[in-house]
Ligand binder design. Sequence first.
Ligand code: PGA
Length: 248
Amino acid sequence: MRRPFIAANWKMNKTVSGTREFISSFIPEVKDVTDVDIVIAPPFTSLVVAAEELKNSNVIIAAQDVFYEEKGAYTGEVSPLMLADIGCRYAIIGHSERRQYFDETDEIVNRKIKAAKRGGVGAILCIGESLEEREAGKTFDVLEREIDKGLFETDTGDIVIAYEPIWAIGTGKTATPEQAQEAHAYIRERIGVKYGNKGDEVRIIYGGSVTPENIDSLMVCKDVDGALVGGASLKAESFVRIVKFNRF
Ligand code: PGA
């Protein structure tokens, strides 16, 4: 049985006080949810506060990115060592916004994943095709490339894979459960080809306009093990509903 993994990606949103406010209304509502990994990825400036506030809770802290060196002259970067030090268990790596706006290549993604794992931080590896690629029938090729290169010379230990079709991110245009299931099944099969029975164990979560309204239908898909939620994770009430999928 794969344990559901529901993660909030706040992107460049929320100050420290906004983070505290969210946490104080969120925690009482989810404290009894014991069968889901609940994850929050605030911006770097809120990480320490979030880690402190969530210390004795059932909520896991993640970063939205990480650099691939441990320390040194890399102005502006944050290392896996620093994340592990404050109790950060995961880093989102290879989000399409980082690939698009910050020129992150599969090679950089791969270095970040290896460094995170070495430093004791798990990786939420984001992959997914653009609309153009989908329409050209290249979805599976893109997924295969991003998996193979992203995990080059490493394995699926401490990895959660987020399938995020770029055309669904922030657009309100969610993949249908059928489209999500098809892509997730393909990803699982590819992991199986490369890593044997790990294909059955690795958690594959869906991201792209997940909302309280569509989470239930996505979570019934056999190969959808959770969600990476942007816009709908910014309000505690809405993220609570998503964390408590299929309970209403
Ligand atoms: P969205 O973002 O839920 O706002 O579409 C998801 C993501 O980019 O992780």
